[in-house]
Design a binder for this molecule. Sequence first.
Ligand code: HEC
Length: 95
Amino acid sequence: MRRIPLRMIGAVLLLAVAAPAMAAGDPARGEKLHQYCLGCHGTELYVPPRAKVKTLSALKKETERWNDRMNPKFSKQEIEDLVAWLNRDYYKFPN
Ligand code: HEC
């Protein structure tokens, strides 16, 4: 068996430790972050009849998709915060 490089083990361990450390989305932070999303559209897209997103996972995907256009990009935690706010105030999908 080939030896596994130590730094790879380190990276895997770091991931295992870091992943559960991510907190649930904080809507109050998400609301503040959202001002940076207003370059292209306002909140009118998040309500009927404009809103197309139908599930919480789609909402998360959509937020990640638009984050690709952001510079600087939001972190994973900030995306969680944005989604939490969008869902609390607009989409209201069951968790
Ligand atoms: C480069 C311009 C641009 C930026 C920046 C942008 N958006 Fe959008 N966004 C759009 C456009 C255009 C649509 C509509 C796409 C469509 O109708 O299919 C959209 C759609 C959405 C939707 C789906 C609405 C729905 O239910 O149909 C969400 C959610 C969303 N954006 C969130 C965000 C968030 C959060 C950010 C900040 C991270 C962001 N957007 C930044 C252009 C942008």
